[in-house]
Design a protein around this ligand. Structure first.
Ligand SMILES: [Zn+2]
Length: 181
C-alpha cells in the first residue's frame, strides 16, 4: 500500500545489514519529490524549526506503530497526533466537474503545517478505516521498514523477501550449524 504516512515514515532508511542510516528528510530533493507525489506543494523548503518538527512527527508515528504491535497506542501519543491534525483547519467546499458533484476539503493555507496535518491524517486514516493490525515494522531490527501487510494470512514479517527475510534465514542457519563449521 502506498500512502503519504508510510512514505514519510520510511524517509528514515536503514541498511538491512545495519551498516548505515540515511535520512531522506534531510535531502531537499527527496522532500520535493515527496510533496509533488502527494500533491502537497508548498512555497519553500522547510526552515530549521520546521525540519525539527518533521523529524519529531516521524518519531511519533514510528513509536505509535511500535506501540500498536505490542497492543495499543498510548493516550499521550494519540493526543500528540491530534495536535498535529489541529495544525491545519479545513473548510468544506462543494465542487462540480464532468463526473458530477463532490465535497472537497480545502486547507486554510498550504504551508508546512498543512503538510504535517496531511501526514498525520493519512496515518489516522490507516488506523480508522484500514486494519491497524496490518501496520508493521520489518522484523529485521536493523531495517525497521514500515509496511502495511496486505497478505491474506496477515503473517508478513519482512519488508522484502529477497533482502531481510533471506538475511535472517541465513543468520538462523549459521546459528543452528555453528558447531558444524
Ligand atoms: Zn526489512
Amino acid at each position: 500500500m502506498d500512502t503519504i504516512c508510510l512514505d514519510f515514515i520510511n524517509s528514515e532508511f536503514r541498511d538491512f545489514r545495519g551498516r548505515w542510516v540515511r535520512d531522506d528528510l534531510q535531502q531537499p530533493g527527496w522532500l520535493e519529490q515527496f510533496l509533488v507525489k502527494w500533491g502537497l506543494q508548498v512555497d519553500g523548503p522547510p526552515d530549521a524549526a520546521t525540519q525539527t518538527t518533521l523529524v519529531a512527527l516521524r518519531t511519533l508515528l514510528r513509536s505509535m506503530i511500535e506501540a500498536l504491535v505490542e497492543g495499543q497506542i498510548a493516550d499521550h501519543d494519540q493526543a500528540a497526533l491530534n495536535a498535529v491534525l489541529l495544525k491545519m483547519p479545513l473548510n468544506r467546499r462543494l465542487m462540480k466537474d464532468t463526473e458530477g458533484y463532490r465535497l472537497e476539503m480545502v486547507p486554510l493555507k498550504k504551508d508546512w503545517d498543512w503538510v504535517q496535518a496531511e501526514v498525520a491524517a493519512s496515518f489516522a486514516h490507516l488506523l480508522a478505516d484500514q486494519d491497524p493490525r496490518r501496520l508493521k515494522m520489518c522484523a529485521n531490527t536493523n531495517c525497521r521498514w514500515v509496511f502495511y501487510d496486505e497478505s491474506k494470512s496477515r503473517t508478513r514479517l519482512y519488508c522484502t523477501p529477497d533482502k531481510c527475510a533471506n538475511l535472517l534465514k541465513a543468520r538462523r542457519f549459521r546459528a543452528r550449524h555453528k558447531n558444524n563449521f
